[in-house]
Design a protein around this ligand. Structure first.
Ligand code: FUC
Length: 815
């Protein structure tokens, strides 16, 4: 019997004693019962085949922890604890490479004058010429590969190295091993018995105190004999030094761009002795040891970069910052650090609780990888589905906190000097997908790094908009870094490299932030300028044809198909940003003239078209292939993440979207299944959405529940979590739909704390697949327009009030 309120109780009980013991059989835990080896250590010394990561254990069975800035993976070996380390801003590339600032910013081709020729070629029916001109002229100057140019400008996210903490224990002699990540408490715990002694290691990363805390203890005194070693990024010059008997300091610079970074480790012992020599910390016969780790780079998030200054992204000295944080953390001590961490984390995580078929059998007695294996065989495990949902929320809190850049392709969990797609910000689905669950699962704050990222793109993106399209406003391209990179890359494969819709797509997230939070100050001071200038770009990018209509030429549908004179995806993004801009200007009651322009363009924009198979056409001509199972489904952008297609308001277009999804099939890479899950949910087909969710878990998920492309890519985790929220609640069409895509399998359930646009918090309870109760908490007041099936209820809510709604006799009623 599974009693979900027991989880809460147990998590409360265990939390109050500072993660002494995680009851891995209760609550939201990802756990393993066998230790990892140390085979993967320093994988940068080993050969890496394309796409394959030689450190399989890191990829499939390590546990990620983080505070948005600092990320780490706990490997949990016996003879040593190995911990891979990331700092979000440790990047190669940017204006401080030896090429200097002029070289870095000289990445756009001035191709705007060629647009006329391309469009004339389209008018002449010479699509081949249009494509060739686009391929030759609309790429940029910077390579995506470090072997493509020297110095390498685009750069890549890169590891901060790893820790090896020797224990002197032998893996052969241990029993009762557990490696557990508690999502309820945001702590990773490794525990085992050796020689009748029970050893425990607790690891967490605190956001309020900017410190990583690693605690080693045992149930007998004097058993901690440890050697703490740090191996830095091999592409850095630096030194690890012993600064006192209990403290190490590393200061180094990346060779590529001279980025400075610092790391401090301090040991605090109970009993025994500490010493430090030659950059190694030694613990002898201690009862308990806590290692405090602070790390930072000199990166400065600059929204107004000086294009002449190579150091425009260089800020505070990391040696100083890490010192201040370390001293403050050491003063607090373990218990206080733990309490502050737990309180901070739970203030976000506990906002949402999901229970699916609460009376079903809890299979938490099995390690997570075995549950996943059973799930693949078709054994139902609703609690595993809940765990997957909550893991996405955990990962977002751990990788995206205010003041940092957004989560990248691997969140903040990369184990090498460079990785797939430079572990970058990928703007044609991936970074956007990372933020899909931010608002719907009640984590608004985690979206702020995305807004900051967008702000870093504006000034450089204005140059890109001018150079290629002679356009107002700003845009970005396929890939970006932390140094405001907005140009296309040098590759001529324009089906992926041509992506001027990156900017407008990103800007739609800014409107989402407002729409969910109703934060007027944000909209006025931060949001609207970003949205408006993006809408201006979108208008100027379009081709005004001789007949007065607007179309996107040249354009592409991400990563496949021809250079087109009107790809559906592009029109859908344009529609979205213009609608957002109009809505925002109306809220602020400004820019009447701009609004008229945007409305005019919307009216004249090439419409959605339905093709010969009844499909929503992907390109301007009816060339779709029903056998095409490409992972990108961008032609359905209007269905999701956009809001211009819906079964309620545009049923024919929704039917045509369904044909596309049927053609594309129910398989794909991890993130693509995550996307199709969201799209089926938007079609309000709960059972089909559930099939996609099942496939994502079965075929796109590693043993530690990380999403895999392959390799590990975090977007699918976020897409999966967002998709589950979409199945339970939708609000994109101007009203709120309760349980719009509930699958038959989720017969009974309860969800607390999902968010709807308008700043409403919503709890739902259902039995036998039918809604019984909803509680609406209005956080900003205003009209709350509820729909469930055919039932409809409109409430005029007051800020701060809760409304209990029941569903009975096919009617929604306020109690
Ligand atoms: C997009 C996808 C790829 C990969 C990459 C990071 O370009 O098409 O599959 O996920 O992003």
């Amino acid at each position: 019997m599974r009693k979900s309120h027991l989880y809460l109780l147990s998590s409360l009980l265990f939390s109050s004693i500072g993660a002494q013991t995680i009851n891995y059989q209760k609550g939201h835990n990802i756990w393993f019962d066998t230790p990892n080896s140390l085979n993967g250590k320093s994988i940068w010394l080993k050969k890496q085949g394309k796409g394959a990561n030689p450190d399989k254990e890191w990829e499939t069975s390590s546990l990620p922890i983080g505070n948005g800035f600092l990320g780490a993976n706990i490997i949990g070996s016996i003879a040593a604890e190995r911990i891979t380390l990331n700092e979000k801003s440790l990047w190669k590339g940017g204006p401080n490479t030896s090429g200097g600032a002029d070289y870095y910013w000289n990445v756009n081709k001035n191709s705007a004058p060629i647009l006329k020729e391309i469009r004339q070629a389209f008018l002449d029916g010479n699509d081949k010429k249009a494509a060739e001109l686009t391929e030759k002229k609309f790429n940029g100057l910077a390579s995506y590969e470090d072997y493509g140019e020297n110095p390498f400008r685009f750069g890549s996210f890169t590891t901060m190295g790893e820790f090896l903490i020797d224990t002197g224990l032998s893996p052969e002699k241990i029993s009762n091993y557990k490696r557990t990540l508690s999502l309820d408490q945001a702590v990773a715990q490794v525990s085992f018995d050796e020689n009748n002694i029970h050893y425990t290691r607790n690891s967490f990363v605190s956001y309020p105190d900017r410190v990583m805390v690693l605690q080693f203890k045992a149930d007998k005194k004097g058993k901690q004999n440890l050697k703490f070693c740090y191996s830095s990024n091999p592409e850095a010059k630096g030194e690890i030094r012993s600064v006192s008997e209990n403290e190490l300091l590393y200061v180094g610079h990346l060779k590529n761009n001279n980025m400075k970074f610092a790391l401090r480790i301090q040991a605090i012992n109970k009993g025994g002795k500490l010493s430090s020599e030659n950059g190694i910390l030694k613990v002898e016969n201690a009862d308990e040891v806590t290692f405090l780790v602070t790390a930072a780079t000199d990166y400065f998030m600059n929204f107004n970069p000086d294009f002449k200054n190579p150091k425009t992204y260089v800020g505070e000295d990391p040696e100083e910052k890490t010192k201040t944080w370390l001293q403050a953390a050491a003063k607090k001590g373990y218990q206080q650090l733990w309490k502050r961490h737990e309180q901070d984390y739970q203030s976000l995580f506990n906002r949402v609780n999901l229970e699916l078929n609460p009376a079903s059998k809890n299979q938490n007695l099995l390690p997570t990888y075995q549950r996943l294996a059973n799930y693949r065989k078709g054994i139902q495990d609703y609690n595993l589905e809940e765990l997957y949902f909550q893991f996405g929320r955990y990962l977002l809190i751990a990788s995206s906190r205010p003041g940092s850049m957004p989560a990248n392709l691997q969140g903040i969990w990369h184990n090498n000097t460079d990785g797939p797609w430079r572990v970058d910000y990928h703007n044609n689905i991936n970074v956007q997908m990372n933020y899909w669950p931010a608002h719907t699962t009640n984590l608004d704050e985690t979206a702020l790094p995305m807004v900051d990222y967008i702000k870093t793109l504006v000034k450089p993106g204005e140059k890109t908009a001018q150079a290629y399209f002679d356009a107002r406003g700003w845009t970005a391209s396929i890939s970006s870094n932390i140094f405001g990179f907005t140009a296309p890359l040098s590759d001529e494969a324009m089906e992926w490299n041509f992506n001027p819709m990156a900017g407008p797509w990103l800007a739609t997230h800014v409107w989402e932030y407002y729409d969910f939070t109703k934060d007027l100050k944000f909209l006025k001071e931060t949001g609207y300028p970003l949205i408006k200038s993006s809408a201006q770009f979108a208008v100027d990018y379009l081709w005004k044809k001789p007949d007065g209509s607007y179309t996107a030429a040249p354009s592409t549908s991400p990563e496949h198909g021809p250079i087109d004179k009107g790809a559906t995806f592009v029109h859908a993004v344009v529609r979205e940003i213009l609608l957002d801009a109009i809505a925002a200007a109306k809220v602020l009651n400004i820019d009447e003239k701009d609004r008229q322009e945007w409305e005019h363009v919307l009216q004249k924009l090439a419409p959605y078209k339905i093709g010969r198979y009844g499909q929503l056409m992907e390109w301007s001509t009816d060339i779709d292939d029903p056998k095409d199972q490409h992972r990108h489904v961008n032609q359905l952008f209007g269905l999701h993440p956009g809001h211009t297609i819906s079964p309620v308001t545009t049923p024919k277009l929704a039917d045509a979207s369904k044909v596309v999804l049927e053609h594309r099939g129910d398989g794909a890479t991890g993130w693509s299944m995550g996307w199709k899950l969201n799209q089926w949910a938007r079609l309000q087909d709960g059972n089909h959405a559930y099939t996609l969710f099942g496939n994502l878990l079965k075929n796109g998920t590693l043993d530690n529940l990380w999403d895999t492309h392959p390799p590990f890519q975090i977007d699918g985790n976020f897409g999966g979590t967002a998709g589950i929220a979409e199945m339970l609640l939708q609000s994109q069409m101007g009203f709120i739909q309760l349980l719009p895509a509930l699958p038959d399998a989720w017969k009974d359930g309860h969800v607390k704390g999902l968010k709807a646009r308008g700043n409403f918090e919503i709890d739902l309870t259902w039995e036998n697949n039918i809604l019984t109760k909803a509680i609406i908490t209005s956080l900003s007041g205003g009209i709350c327009d509820l729909k469930y099936g055919q039932a409809h209820l409109k409430l005029n809510t007051q800020k701060g009030k809760r409304y209990l709604i029941t569903y009975h006799n096919q009617q929604l009623k306020m109690q």
